[in-house]
Design a protein around this ligand. Structure first.
Ligand code: C2E
Ligand code: CA
Ligand code: CA
Ligand code: CA
Length: 281
């Protein structure tokens, strides 16, 4: 038996370790999370580095479990992927982002593009493009309303199929960003084949910018910025927390920034207030 929570004891198969058992419990609850309204999207604004103008919002999933409280997406997304639920959750995220965007429009605001994160499993699902088309027409979204963030790993898994799917998405007016750029293994020649418009420099490199003795991260960040420029792609740095990091990025010509220094992920209400404030100023 294993202690679970404060007062409950549950039996579990001895060959299953505690963490696999806990994953299984979470998977069961995750299956109901959409239906009982425990999932929510938060939005983190992205800004131009030069002017500090908001130019987009990244949608980030939040799960408030009824007894555990907040569960990180870094924990539950892999569980959703391995237990066959990621397509349903990903489609929910897509529809929710579209709903938020169209609500902004109907409230007379000037909506910013919303970027959603795609899991590889979702991107490769046979009915993915069909679902995207349904959501776009259900909410009558114009080109440029949605962006999608994919990692290098997702794109490199089956390159020919990925290139084809990306072209279809771009044809629907969806911009593509490569997430966590620099941590994967995409080559310059592949990058040219993908119809992407933006590179996101991973937070692990941004973390060490402007510190002494971290020339490696600085070399990578400036190389990514230079590469983006030469391919005429926009480049954004994620996880910007300090003025030193911002200054380094500014000096090296990075276009956009996202991070706690500028704004944390916020509720849809707070993001809507930010848009309204922008309209007034
Ligand atoms: P990601 O796509 O790389 O998202 C950026 C993560 O960095 C987010 O964590 C965000 O809250 C956090 N972040 C932003 N600015 C800062 C900063 O200045 N400092 C620090 N320390 N962190 C910052 P979060 O929300 O916990 O999400 C973690 C990961 O979960 C995401 O990484 C993404 O891979 C995944 N994820 C989140 N939402 C979704 C979703 O709707 N679908 C899929 N497939 N994955 C998602
Ligand atoms: Ca992302
Ligand atoms: Ca990222
Ligand atoms: Ca990251």
């Amino acid at each position: 038996a294993k202690a679970h929570g404060r007062n409950t004891w549950r039996l579990y198969a001895p060959e299953m370790n505690a963490s696999a058992y806990d994953d299984m419990l979470l998977a069961v609850d995750l299956r109901q999370a959409i239906d009982v309204g425990e999932l929510e999207l938060h939005l983190q604004p992205q800004f131009t580095l030069a002017q500090g103008q908001p130019v987009g919002m990244e949608a980030l999933l939040r799960w408030t479990h009824r007894t555990r409280g907040p569960v990180s997406p870094a924990r539950f997304i892999p569980i959703a992927e391995s237990s066959g639920m990621i397509a349903e959750i990903g489609n929910w995220v897509l529809r929710e982002a579209a709903r938020i965007w169209s609500r902004w429009r109907s409230e007379g605001l000037v909506p910013l593009p919303i970027a959603v994160n795609l899991s590889a499993v979702q991107f490769q699902a046979p009915d993915f493009l069909h679902e995207v088309g349904r959501v776009l027409s259900e909410f009558d979204l114009p080109a440029g309303a949605l962006e999608m963030e994919l990692t290098e790993g997702t794109l490199m898994a089956n390159t020919d199929a990925a290139v084809e799917t990306l072209h279809q998405l771009v044809g629907k007016g969806i911009q593509i960003a490569i997430d966590d750029f620099g941590t994967g293994y995409s080559s310059l020649s592949y990058l040219r084949r993908f119809p992407v418009s933006k590179l996101k420099i991973d937070r692990s490199f941004v973390l060490d910018l402007g510190k002494h003795g971290n020339e490696g991260a600085e070399a990578i960040a400036s190389a990514v910025i230079a590469m983006a420029k030469s391919l005429q792609l926009r480049v954004i740095a994620e996880g910007v927390e300090t003025a030193e990091q911002r200054d380094f990025l500014k000096d090296h010509g990075c276009d956009e920034v996202q991070g706690y220094l500028y704004a944390r992920p916020m509720s849809v209400e707070a993001a809507t207030a930010l848009l309204a404030q922008r309209a007034r100023s």
